[in-house]
Design a protein around this ligand. Structure first.
Ligand code: SAM
Length: 256
């Protein structure tokens, strides 16, 4: 069970309440899902039977915090797989240690695909010019970047078609950017950086491109949520808010 948000003292109360619910459902032979700030009751969780997905998740996760994101990763792999029917490369803005990208790459057998996957990150945290102080405090408290760039380059060295690009989004697009994009994962935890990325990448999105916003639905990321609502609203799209905390847009030229 991984839950966050309420002060530490109250979290114990929350998890013991959830344990009671879990016990009752288990006794009745009914399923529960209580991870990553998501409580779902009586769901089939059919992705658990998808062996290639579970293998990719287990091979790439670094502990329970990563494993608890299983439903988000399922969404991510579904969107990435769906994008294979479109022309274009894959892009992730905000890669950190490469957990999501690692799962996607293994799940799809990316090394054998005739397309590129671009992984962008400063590998040094959120730049002040593209984030708010609140966003920086939220991320910088729980992450550290010493040696991460080298580790990520090493992690993806088995894939000839995955490019790890170090630099600030959006400026870095002036040096390396794909012509056409079928799958775009935005996970920089900063509304200004993510909407600036969209400003640059919009003309490159394929019709039907999968755009996944990792933090769109998270209450503590309300500034990022507003930034996306405003940006996508101006571009004629409504974002599907998922119970995982993600947002999904299937990009259509002319709006959805
Ligand atoms: C939440 S982490 C990404 C997690 C990652 N997707 C994973 O698989 O675990 C956010 C990352 O975005 C990066 N980032 C934030 N703003 C950025 C910007 N403007 N340009 C490039 N990278 C940025 C940070 O350095 C950080 O590593």
């Amino acid at each position: 069970m991984s839950f966050y948000g309420p002060p530490r003292e109250q979290l114990g109360e929350v998890t013991s309440g959830l344990h009671c619910v879990e016990t009752v459902y288990e006794r009745l032979g009914l399923t529960t899902f209580m991870h990553d700030n998501l409580v779902a009751l009586m769901r089939n969780q059919s992705f658990v039977a998808d062996s290639p997905f579970i293998s990719a998740l287990l091979a790439n996760a670094d502990g329970d915090r990563d494993l608890d994101k299983i439903w988000r990763l399922h969404t991510c792999c579904w969107a990435a797989r769906s994008a294979l029917s479109l022309a274009g490369d894959f892009v992730e803005c905000g890669t950190y240690r490469g957990f999501y990208a690692g799962v996607i790459a293994q799940y799809l057998g990316f090394g054998a695909l005739p397309r590129q996957f671009y992984l962008y990150d400063t590998f040094a945290g959120l730049p002040p010019e593209w984030s708010t102080e609140r966003e920086r405090t939220q991320v910088h408290a729980g992450y550290q970047w010493d040696g991460v760039y080298e580790d990520v380059v090493n992690r993806f060295s088995i894939y000839p078609n995955i490019r790890v690009v170090k630099g600030v989004v959006p400026e870095v697009f002036e040096t390396v950017v794909p012509e056409q994009i079928a799958f775009l994962h935005l996970d920089m935890n900063a509304g200004a950086a993510e909407t600036a990325a969209l400003d640059h990448l919009l003309p490159r999105l394929s019709d039907g491109a999968m755009v996944l916003l990792d933090d769109f639905g998270r209450m503590e990321m309300s500034d990022l949520c507003r930034a996306h609502l405003d940006w996508w609203g101006r571009h004629g799209h409504v974002i599907l808010e998922l119970p995982t905390g993600q947002g999904l847009v299937i990009y259509r030229k002319g709006g959805n």
